[in-house]
Design a protein. Structure first.
Lengths: 218, 465
């Protein structure tokens, strides 16, 4: 069955055309994306040595407890975002700088995995002649989240790589970078939305569309 | 047209009847030989009743049939007659409330588990049931696509999330580990079993009173059932000791099947058995889905050519749901008797044989064999969903079962991934044959793995194997 009715990828909420189905599908997809992103970081941290018994921020699979205010606002404004930052005890990691980056990267990788799973469900729905557009939205939002993690600003995954590449004694620079990062991302996304000047989208959107087409066509 | 039953269909009906009788016999024998208080069984059956309401999701196709016009060009036009006020939907619109309901259900299932832990299973079940009931009424009264999204998709999904999480832990708390499989199967089976009655009931309500009437009536029925059944749900009181398995005179005392230590979610990654469970889950999911995805549609089209099935389409619609539900109860039950590993091996090996035969079954288009193949796949897939939580509870303890099972559930997701490889293999080789063979090999590998996988020993337990 051909898919003609799929919502645009990447999907960005347009306040002038609010459709209840698209907005609901987007919000649920964003919740799932944030939850998977955070739980995957928790999994990687535990796997790499930072084990915690009864940690409050890990393995509860409750999307609402992973919500971060700025990350959620970013979803509503720019179609991507991030969950509440998961605490990492660097002293427990054998290679703190490398492992921190791997843990942060596990988030977007999990988003790609979820996109793949949603793609499988969409394929099965297609064979049963059901329209899978809601699951296509899950794929789109997760790919968008994963790709935008390439922006080198914290709390996005590449941002944490930049953080780790700073000289180890530049603690002050690092903490300013970490605190300002989310605001900077939101400011840039808002600037892009309001002025229609391409900042991220000219680079990210083609990549998102390519990966989306690939996952959907598998 | 007079419906006539051919020999093949008669054989099939006899087969299903015999199988059902056997299962009910085993079930009855199990129920009689028990010493738990009566309240325990009240909780189990009230839990099943709550799940029977929540399973409305399975009947969505009945409403979708009424909402999609026969002539697709009529989408967007208003309906007449019983359904005056409603507007015909496109295929994409009709699938949206269902898909949203599934996803919102998934998002709310774990928070729902917290509600039943923190407050009570009674509260969780009634809250969930009322969300669903009000959602149905909203969907019916608003007579619009938006109403269906809000009522069925959002409120229904939230209700299922809260309600589904409530009955199983409450029911399990009354029984010892030797009954875990059966009880989980009975309660969870209610959800699958709903497909049996909701589809025909909804179809009847639709034809007699229209879409609004069917939603509102079901909403009212759900509210009544959930309030009555939900109020009976309770965990076993503190200090309650579940009766242990009866040991035959002269037999050596059975070795504890379950762990005595409750593992923490962060600890299970260090046990290789966790990864083995994930792989076993991948095994059951991928093979079941591969057959369901490729044979269920073929069965429906082939069987419709037979007058008996054309006249009784509900058999085809309910068959998968029925076997899925029976598979959960049945597998849970014999896993208590013969051990989880053996139950897993039994299901998977039968399935593997079926997979090796799939190319010839699809080639022959025999309705009888297609019924068998789809039945085995559904049974095995449902059985996997009942076995894996029991395995997780045996290996890592019941206390953190929700979280630990959530992690093992990754295997279910990955299984979906594998089922789709079938499509790619078909593109490369031009036929699905190798997808079936590969799937059977993965399944056999999973069985071999299940034989060497024994319960992990927790460092703090001091247990010696």
């Amino acid at each position: 069955m051909a898919i003609n009715t799929a919502w645009p990828v990447p999907f960005i909420i347009n306040p002038q055309h609010l459709a209840v189905d698209a907005v609901t599908a987007f919000c649920v997809s964003a919740l799932l994306a944030m939850m998977l992103n955070a739980e995957a970081q928790a999994f990687a941290a535990t796997f790499l040595g930072d084990k915690r018994v009864a940690a409050k921020d890990r393995f509860h699979f409750n999307a609402f407890m992973h919500l971060n205010v700025l990350g959620t606002v970013c979803y509503l404004v720019g179609g991507f975002g991030w969950p509440r930052t998961m605490d990492i005890d660097r002293s427990k990691l054998a290679h703190p700088r490398l492992y921190t980056v791997i843990i942060r990267l596990a988030g977007p990788l999990a988003n790609l995995l979820l996109a793949g799973i949603a793609g499988s469900i969409a394929t099965i729905m297609k064979t049963l002649e059901w329209d899978p557009r809601v699951f296509l939205m899950v794929i789109g939002v997760n790919i968008t989240t994963a790709i935008y993690n390439l922006i080198p600003l914290p709390p996005l995954a590449m941002g944490s790589l930049v953080c780790e590449l700073l000289p180890p004694d530049a603690l002050r620079t690092r903490s300013i970078f970490l605190q300002a990062g989310p605001f900077l991302v939101i400011a840039l996304v808002l600037w892009e939305r309001l002025t229609h000047q391409g900042i991220f989208s000219p680079y990210a959107d083609p990549l998102i569309k390519t990966v989306f087409a690939y996952i959907q066509s598998l | 047209m007079e419906a006539s039953i051919g020999e093949e269909e008669q054989a099939l009906i006899n087969h299903i009847t015999r199988k059902s009788y056997f299962i009910f016999y085993l079930l009855r024998r199990d129920l009689m030989a028990d010493t738990v208080p009566g309240k325990a069984w009240v909780v189990v059956f009230c839990g099943t009743a709550v799940n029977l309401c929540l399973g409305i999701l399975y009947a969505w196709s009945v409403w979708a049939g009424a909402l999609i016009p026969k002539d697709l060009k009529m989408a967007g036009q208003t309906m007449t007659g019983l359904n005056e006020g409603w507007v015909y939907l496109t295929n994409a619109e009709a699938a949206t409330p269902f898909s949203l309901c599934v996803l919102i259900f998934a998002v709310f299932m774990i928070p729902g588990g917290k509600v039943q832990d923190k407050i009570s299973p009674k509260f969780g079940a009634i809250l969930g049931g009322l969300f669903l009931a009000v959602g149905c009424i909203v969907a019916g009264v608003t007579k619009s696509y938006t109403g269906l999204i809000i009522g069925f998709g959002i409120m229904g999904g939230i209700g299922m999330g809260f309600g589904y999480a409530a009955p199983t832990p409450a029911a399990l708390s009354w029984f010892g580990p030797h009954k875990r499989g059966l009880i989980a199967g009975l309660v969870v089976g209610g959800y699958g079993g709903a497909a049996l009655y909701i589809s025909p009931l909804a179809a009847w309500l639709l034809s007699s009173g229209g879409i609004t009437y069917s939603f509102v009536t079901l909403g009212i029925i759900f509210a009544i059932v959930v309030i009555i059944a939900g109020s009976q749900l309770a965990k076993a009181p503190p200090g309650y000791v579940a009766p242990a398995a009866v040991v035959k005179a002269g037999a050596a005392p059975a070795k504890a099947a379950g762990t005595l230590v409750d593992w923490n979610p962060s600890e299970i990654f260090s046990a290789w058995q966790f990864y083995a469970l994930v792989f076993m889950f991948i095994g059951t999911t991928q093979s079941g889905l591969l057959v369901i995805a490729n044979a269920a549609g073929l069965l429906a089209t082939t069987a419709k050519a037979i007058p008996f099935f054309a006249a009784n389409a509900w058999i085809l619609a309910s068959f998968g749901g029925l076997v899925n539900a029976l598979g959960r109860v049945g597998t849970g039950m014999y896993s208590d008797k013969i051990g989880r590993g053996n139950a897993y091996a039994l299901n998977c090996l039968v399935s593997a044989v079926c997979l090796f035969l799939m190319p010839s079954i699809i080639g022959a288009k025999s309705v009888f064999f297609l019924f068998c193949a789809v039945g085995i796949a559904f049974w095995q897939y449902g059985g996997g969903l009942a076995l894996m939580p029991a395995f997780t509870a045996d290996f890592f303890g019941p206390k953190n079962l929700g979280m630990n099972y959530g992690l093992v559930f990754i295997g279910w997701g990955l299984g979906f991934f594998m089922a789709r490889l079938g499509g790619s293999i078909k593109d490369w080789t031009g036929t699905l044959d190798w997808a079936f063979y590969l799937s059977a090999l993965v399944l056999i590998a999973a069985v071999l793995l299940s034989w060497v996988t024994k319960r992990p020993m927790h460092v703090s337990s001091g247990e010696v194997r």
